[in-house]
Design a protein around this ligand. Structure first.
Ligand code: HEM
Ligand code: HEM
Ligand code: FES
Length: 341
């Protein structure tokens, strides 16, 4: 952590991203209502809300799932990765409106408790085509709820990184449930084939991006010993700055300072800020978001602070910088690589 803890620079960026997100959400809902009003005027307001929020949530989920591989393919997309938090929570809230309106519309008018009705109104659990698709949507929404509810800093600190990452990987299970939810819904309700086509197109794009980025991540040039990957050339890193590379799913910031190189995790302990976009100030990597600081050789905040991030082993071969993407335990001191400047 830093002595001069303050919200700086990047918060402005975050506000811009949030404004774009807000305008996008309102714009989408507005356009949906105008177009269905024009071309499908017999739809009730409730159905319009259910469908507008359903398709918006689906679109936002695809954007969320595309950001990870896009950032791995091209570091220009990294700022989107750091701003995924609000995107995720927004997506959950939009999906929640869809779920709540669906339950109100289809399950709250009878004598049964709406949630019991959700699970029992269609009992075709042993049929593949007639399976109650709403139940799949419900479980997907529960997973999204868990992710959105544990997004607060409190949980970030209290759940171990492993548990937290595991929780976030469950988004793929939610995605699979949503695909089934929509496909069965389209078949059973005989609704628009456009939504089905859009879903398939989205799925293909997501698969292609993940496939492409995994090929790129694994394509590093191995050096003398196994496990090291080519990261960049020495001249690619400016003095007191870093080059960020994503290898095997690890975001690594390689810093150049005082004729030395050290690599630490790119993810700040405070709110996941991008350490690699910070600078080395007074010998410490300084997070651009709120100024937490870490010593580059051991990833540890200077006393009295106690934050620690993972460090990574580096090798230099002439001008070429190689990194072992296996994270060393947080706070592990590693001898910096020295070079002639
Ligand atoms: C419903 C809400 C959310 C969804 C759908 C979602 C989606 C995802 C996905 C798809 C991944 C793995 C993607 C990849 O690496 O390609 C992921 C990981 C991650 N998410 Fe979320 N997320 C949500 C909420 C949040 C929130 C609120 C935060 C902020 C605290 C957040 C921050 C992260 C971070 C930092 C990772 C990287 C974890 C790691 O690789 O160690 N997400 N999330
Ligand atoms: C409690 C949870 C949920 C319930 C009860 C539910 C219920 C429904 C119902 C009844 C429909 C048919 C609406 C119609 O065509 O008139 C539907 C469609 C749909 N749902 Fe859900 N859903 C839930 C969760 C979700 C979630 C989490 C997503 C995530 C994106 C989602 C995405 C969709 C989509 C894209 C459609 C197709 C919309 C269209 O035909 O235009 N649902 N859902
Ligand atoms: S200091 Fe707040 S995210 Fe790094």
């Amino acid at each position: 952590m830093s002595v001069n803890y303050a919200g700086i620079l990047w918060n402005k960026q975050k506000k811009i991203y949030d404004t774009i997100l807000f305008v996008f959400v309102l714009g989408y809902l507005g356009l949906y209502i105008v177009f269905t009003g024009l071309y499908n005027p017999e739809l009730t307001a409730e159905t319009m809300i259910i469908r507008a929020t359903a398709t918006l949530a689906l679109l936002l989920l695809h954007i969320i799932l595309a950001i990870g591989p896009l950032a791995r393919l091209n570091s220009k997309f990294l700022p989107l990765l750091y701003n995924r938090r609000h995107l995720g929570v927004t997506m959950f809230l939009v999906a929640l409106v869809h779920g709540v309106f669906s339950i109100m519309q289809f399950h709250s008018l009878g004598s049964k408790n709406p949630l019991i009705s959700l699970f029992t109104s269609n009992g075709s659990y042993n049929s593949l085509v007639e399976f109650p698709f709403q139940v799949l949507g419900f479980f997907a929404l529960m997973i999204l709820f868990l992710m959105a509810a544990t997004s607060h800093d409190f949980w970030l600190k209290n759940l171990s990184p492993k548990v937290w990452k595991g929780l976030h990987m469950m988004v793929y299970l939610a995605y699979a449930l949503i695909i089934m939810h929509v496909m069965l819904g389209v078949v059973q309700l005989e609704s628009s084939p456009f939504i089905y086509g859009g879903l398939m197109l989205g799925l293909m794009i997501i698969i292609a991006l993940h496939f492409g980025s995994s090929i790129k991540s694994g394509r590093g040039l191995a050096l003398t010993s196994k496990g090291y990957y080519y990261a960049c050339n020495l001249e690619d890193i400016k003095d007191d700055c870093a080059k960020v590379v994503t290898l095997n799913g690890e975001n690594i910031a390689i810093f150049k300072y005082d004729g030395k190189l050290s690599a630490i995790s790119n993810v700040c302990k405070h709110q996941n800020g991008p350490l690699g976009e910070g600078k080395v100030i007074d010998g410490c990597v300084t997070c651009p978001w709120h100024g937490y600081q870490y010593e580059p050789h051991n990833g540890t905040s200077p006393p009295p602070f106690t934050e620690k991030v993972a460090t990574y082993l580096l090798k230099l071969d002439g001008e070429k910088v190689f990194v072992d993407p296996k994270p060393q335990p947080e706070g592990t001191a590693l001898e910096p690589i020295t070079f002639e400047s």
